[in-house]
Write a protein that binds this ligand. Structure first.
Ligand SMILES: [Zn+2]
Length: 138
């Protein structure tokens, strides 16, 4: 996630989209609190295993709050991306602990994670992202 955030900031800086410039605006205490909480949650999430805390509604709410403190305009897109990732993970055959800390997870069992449906969703998502970037740059 840190690599993705860094890549997004570099891309934003290179494209001049403005997110980079908003860093540090507003209350610096809230910005640092958001960054610190986000880093702590990422560490906790990586320790709780894939599809544990990191894929829960609790994590989505807390991390979206952190993103709102860091980049208010990125909070809604972050929440949508988070939710779409969790929804995609729920479609395959390994459960997602959506209601963490509850032990029971949700698994729809429709697809395998590394087969055709996964590749089709990845290709479709990539094409959609390229189209969105092209549309935004026009
Ligand atoms: Zn996942």
């Amino acid at each position: 996630m840190a690599v993705t955030a860094a890549a997004a900031l570099i891309e934003d800086h290179l494209l001049g989209a403005g997110m980079w410039k908003s860093l540090g605006h507003g209350s610096s205490y809230l910005w640092f609190a958001g960054m610190a909480a986000f880093v702590i949650m990422c560490i906790f999430a990586s320790g709780s295993g894939h599809r544990g805390f990191s894929h829960s509604l609790l994590a989505m709410a807390l991390e979206t709050l952190c993103i709102w403190l860091i980049f208010p305009s990125a909070a809604a897109p972050f929440a949508v991306a988070f939710a779409s990732h969790v929804l995609m993970d729920m479609m395959n055959k390994r459960s997602v602990r959506l209601f963490y800390p509850a032990k029971k997870g949700i698994c729809l069992g429709w697809f395998y994670a590394d087969r055709l449906a996964n590749k089709a969703f990845a290709a479709g998502g990539t094409l959609w992202l390229i189209a969105a970037v092209i549309i935004c740059l026009r």
